[in-house]
Design a protein. Sequence first.
Length: 160
Amino acid sequence: MTLRKPLVVVNGQVRQMSAEDTLDASVQERAVFILTNGETEALIICTPVYVSAAGTCKKAQANASGTTEVIGLCASPSVAAAAAGSIQSDGVLVATTAQWDAVAGTTGGLAFNALYYLDPTAAGTITATAPTTGGQYLAPLGRALGPTDLEITVSPTILL
């Protein structure tokens, strides 16, 4: 079996990797963009949001077609009403256990390896219990990597 060496770019030139080189790089990509808070109160970090018809972000809820299409989770600690803030649509969102507790209704943060969904009962909250009631929406948001880290993987919603 022939040993193949990866191609790399060094100073703009493509070459084969030498035997003493290693591929050791951490890649952390996340999409973060700025939206204006369309709510009458502040949005807190970790809040799932959708884009309203007015082009602002509002708290998402899995109980109606107009509020269930999550664009991302609030990545700013707090965004006042009518103010602009960061929304993260993928990658790992890191927050304190208390910040996750405020949005997930938990104690001690997220449950390791649990899948989280948009909550159908309260706007702007998440749950580890998948909705099963007819007329609600199944809206997957991501998987917990630990009590403070959620790998955001917003998926299409399913009407139950």
